[in-house]
Write a protein that binds this ligand. Structure first.
Ligand SMILES: *Cc1c(COP(=O)(O)O)cnc(C)c1O
Length: 395
């Protein structure tokens, strides 16, 4: 799987556990870092304040800029993704919008793979267009189409696997083409997490995450992060970060640090259960297609494992609303990445997508259903699905 010059992904779980196990000693000898839940930090003297303001000393001044708890989370994420620096945000969308707005200017062109996270797409179709940044969409599976689209672009935005249909891309090859043409590459790595995909090692410039998903892992926090080289993250920090102000809060950073401690083993558990459920669905006569990147003989290039989110399509024999209502472990709800299993039928999202405020043509069949396979146990989850399918048959 690893061509010369590509990252060797030797037991990513063990590697992540090592990174997460190492912790400095915290105040009071606490095994868990205390939360610096404070807006400002005081100076011992005028001299220290002046030294800080002159930039001779780096220390927290005000939490919108630098906060120790947030910084600890940023450092852990940088280490997990193999980046030099990272910046925490109040949401994944704050991370995505800041990573893009720090680099594009009116007149620029962005190239984006098809089927990215719907709110990222809406950002491109509304805000970027209003600031005279054009966006071209390409099928990321088509390397030649990407090669034709990239020359002259400012930024290449990727997501692999993509939202809903889980298209996977050869990230290393696409990032290499972007670099050849001097185009900054950005990837949303929320689905795989740094446990199963490390895009910086594959040649991508910046990684963004919705930390609301697997990084947090308990459905109790909304957050985001941008990771990359010191220089690129520094550009996001100096051009835009304090002014758009979507700063990660200390308490949320603390929750994320807690979530990170179990990220490697949670990912392995999501992977195993989701593969089991996806394989069972693939065998079911009412299921026409399963969109899961782990069902082939080998994993797609660059991925060392798969997570708990995937989709499938029913034939016309199943009433999807009745199926959703008949489930007990799988709750109807958006988002994903926590311990609980979730279901979202595409047909309900399409109702929203057709509304007056929508900028999106969703592009996914209404027979598609998305599942997040949680940590309840694969046998219980498959029984739940199998029974709900029987109850949802149209007679
Ligand atoms: C949820 C999600 C986002 C947005 O993150 P928020 O934390 O909700 O702002 C971005 N990308 C993907 C793939 C997501 O699933």
């Amino acid at each position: 799987m690893n061509a010369p010059g590509r990252a060797t992904i030797a037991d990513p779980v063990a590697r992540a556990m090592q990174i997460l196990a190492h912790d400095e000693t915290h105040a009071y000898e606490a095994v868990v870092p205390p939360i610096a839940q404070t807006s400002l930090f005081t100076f011992a003297s005028y001299a220290e304040m002046e030294e800080t303001y002159r930039g001779l000393k780096t220390r927290p001044v005000y939490t919108r800029g630098l906060n120790p708890t947030v910084r600890l989370f940023e450092e852990k994420m940088a280490a997990l993704e193999g980046g030099e620096d990272a910046l925490g945000f109040a949401s994944g969308m704050a991370a995505i919008s800041s990573a893009i707005l720090a680099f594009v200017q009116p007149g620029d062109r962005v190239v984006c793979v098809e089927h990215v996270y719907p709110d990222a797409y809406r950002l491109f179709e509304t805000y970027l267009k209003s600031m005279k940044v054009s966006v071209d969409y390409v099928d990321g599976r088509d390397v030649e189409a990407v090669r034709r689209a990239l020359p002259g672009a400012r930024l290449f935005y990727m997501e692999s696997p993509t939202s809903w249909l889980m298209h996977t891309h050869d990230v290393a090859t696409l990032a290499g083409i972007a670099r050849e043409h001097g185009v900054l590459s950005v990837i949303d790595n929320s689905w795989a997490s740094p446990i199963f995909q490390q895009p910086l090692a594959l040649g991508v410039d910046l990684v963004v995450h919705s930390a609301s998903k697997y990084i947090g892992g308990h459905s109790d926090v909304v957050a985001g992060i941008v990771i990359g080289s010191r220089e690129l993250v520094g550009t996001v920090r100096s051009r835009i970060y304090p002014y758009l102000g979507g700063k990660l809060s200390p308490f949320d950073a603390w929750l994320l640090l807690r979530g990170l401690r179990t990220l490697p083993i949670r990912m392995k558990a999501h992977e195993a259960s989701a593969l089991h459920v996806a394989r069972q669905l693939a065998l079911h006569p009412a299921v026409t297609e399963v969109y899961h990147p782990g069902l082939g003989n080998t994993l797609p290039e660059g991925l060392s494992g798969t997570s708990g989110l995937f989709a499938f399509a029913f034939d016309d024999s199943i009433d999807i609303a009745r199926f959703a209502d008949a489930l007990t472990f799988f709750k109807l709800g958006v988002s994903w990445g926590g311990h609980e299993s979730l279901v979202v039928p595409a047909q309900v999202v399409r109702v929203q997508a057709a509304g007056p405020n929508s900028a999106i043509d969703f592009g996914v069949s209404e027979r598609v259903v998305r599942l997040h396979v949680g940590l309840e146990g694969q046998d219980a989850l498959w029984s739940d699905l199998a029974r709900a399918i029987e109850e949802a048959r149209r007679d």
